[in-house]
Design a protein around this ligand. Structure first.
Ligand SMILES: Cc1cc2nc3c(=O)[nH]c(=O)nc-3n(C[C@H](O)[C@H](O)[C@H](O)COP(=O)(O)OP(=O)(O)OC[C@H]3O[C@@H](n4cnc5c(N)ncnc54)[C@H](O)[C@@H]3O)c2cc1C
Length: 417
């Protein structure tokens, strides 16, 4: 078996395949350890896969614990929810994390060659051939492609006909931060192009990973300009006051097109961002890369045990992925496309502040901890209208009571929709 790409998706697939006794060669064009432009945030879903890989303790030791999500609306109002899902969340630079996962795959028995760029994969009925840029050829019974947002291998192998629509993202590290760095993922919608957001993720008590990601439209700025505007926003500037940038500002695309992406072909499975598996709302993809790496490995182990690699059995992987991820991605796309407008987000954040259970529910759905229900645009819009109407009614009734009592109560002051 050959796995192309040694990010979290490919390295997890290599680990789980090797742990089941299969013969695996993991290839990557980069020399490891290597950096990957990222926000470095790990959700509970990601940590659960790392726990299965035996890496949770080591990763937690080197990462910065995160307990909450804070969303800042375009009007500057914020709402915060605790991350209650087990085993929590953390931030850890990809330079460290990816090296740890690759080492784990190697310890489980995978062979690893870095500095080997792959040009294309040629599937055939009984095997697949991997053509490296340097002319080397590798034969495998099945190839797992995990090349992330870089679409070259998929295009040259005939698996992608059009370049998928992708988000643009840029980030930099800032050190010597004077403010107390909270144990919080901060997502800011003030000062970032919409649909999109900026983030401030704490790497340790003095360092933060700061960036922007957005779906470009006809009038969107260049990613570098969007980043500059974001860090010059008053609130962000005050947080970064007297800090200094560590290293360059780096940009990279983000593919969130899982719902329209191919996920397999003859003798080939795609995992992680190569299958468009990044949450369209939050830009989180490490979790889905790790999970799809494990899912692909489990599927292949089953097929090998049954001695059955016919294309229709192999491509059942597509249905497995969709059974697991489709609802989350459908919800994410609808929220992004229907609610990704400043006035609506302002209302949603205000609503979330009034209703702790709504806030927690949304956080769990966004983190992929709860399956969304009744989330089609019409249903969601109807719910919003009903909710706003009920707020209006309750405001009128409070006004009546207040008039009778001659003056507002503290509770009244907090009950504005
Ligand atoms: C700015 C930014 C911020 C982000 N923030 C977060 C975040 O905070 N949390 C989160 O969960 N996700 C985040 N993401 C998304 C996340 O980085 C990716 O979804 C995740 O890395 C996908 O993992 P992967 O294993 O599929 O691919 P990758 O991690 O991209 O790994 C792909 C590997 O394939 C190799 N490769 C590519 N082409 C070839 C080739 N031709 N031959 C050989 N090797 C090749 C590459 O060198 C690389 O090592 C962010 C993305 C960006 C751009």
């Amino acid at each position: 078996m050959v796995v192309v790409g040694a990010g979290p998706g490919g390295a997890a697939a290599a680990h789980f395949l090797s742990a089941h006794g299969l013969d695996v060669l993991l290839l990557d064009r980069a020399e490891f350890p290597r950096d990957k432009t990222c926000g470095d945030g790990l959700t509970p879903r990601a940590l659960r896969v790392l726990r299965e890989m035996g890496l949770l303790g080591a990763v937690a030791q080197r990462g910065w614990r995160v307990d909450a999500y804070e969303v800042v609306a375009p009007n500057g109002r914020a709402t915060t929810a605790a991350i209650t899902a087990e085993p929590g969340a953390l931030v850890i630079p990809r330079h460290t994390l990816d090296e740890m996962i690759v080492r784990q795959a190697i310890e489980s028995g995978a062979g690893f060659l870095d500095g080997v760029g792959v040009n294309r994969v040629e599937p055939a009925p009984t095997q697949a051939t991997v053509h490296a840029d340097d002319g080397r050829i590798f034969h495998a019974r099945v190839v797992v492609i995990a090349t992330g947002a870089a679409t070259g291998v998929l295009t040259r192998s005939g698996m992608l006909r059009h370049k998928p629509r992708h988000m643009l993202a840029m980030r930099a590290y800032f050190g010597d931060i004077q403010h107390e760095v909270a144990h919080t993922f901060q997502l800011r919608l003030d000062g970032a192009p919409m649909p999109g957001y900026g983030w401030i993720f704490p790497v340790d008590s003095k360092v933060a990973n700061v960036g922007v990601a957005f779906m470009p439209g006809r009038r969107s700025p260049a990613a570098s300009l969007a980043f500059e505007r974001f860090i010059r926003g008053a609130a962000v500037q005050s947080m970064l006051e007297d800090s200094r940038r560590l290293g360059p500002v780096k940009g990279y695309p983000i593919r969130t097109d899982f719902l329209r992406s191919p996920t397999c072909a003859e003798r080939t499975l795609l995992v992680g961002e190569a299958a468009g598996l990044v949450n369209p709302l939050t830009g989180e993809g490490i979790d889905y890369a790790l999970e799809s790496g494990r899912l692909a490995a489990e599927h292949l182990v089953d097929l090998f045990q049954q001695g059955e690699l016919a294309t229709e059995r192999l491509t059942a992987y597509h249905a497995l992925l969709h059974a697991r991820f489709q609802k989350i991605f459908q919800f994410g796309e609808w929220v992004r496309d229907w609610y990704g407008h400043a006035p609506l987000v302002n209302v949603l954040v205000a609503l979330a502040n009034r209703r702790p259970e709504l806030r927690q529910l949304l956080t769990n759905i966004v983190l992929g901890e709860r399956e969304p229900r009744g989330y089609r645009p019409a249903t969601m819009l109807a719910r919003l209208v009903i909710y706003l109407a009920s707020c209006q009614l309750s405001a009128v009734s409070h006004q009546g009571q207040r008039d009778e009592r001659h003056g507002p109560t503290v509770a009244d002051r907090h009950k504005t929709c």
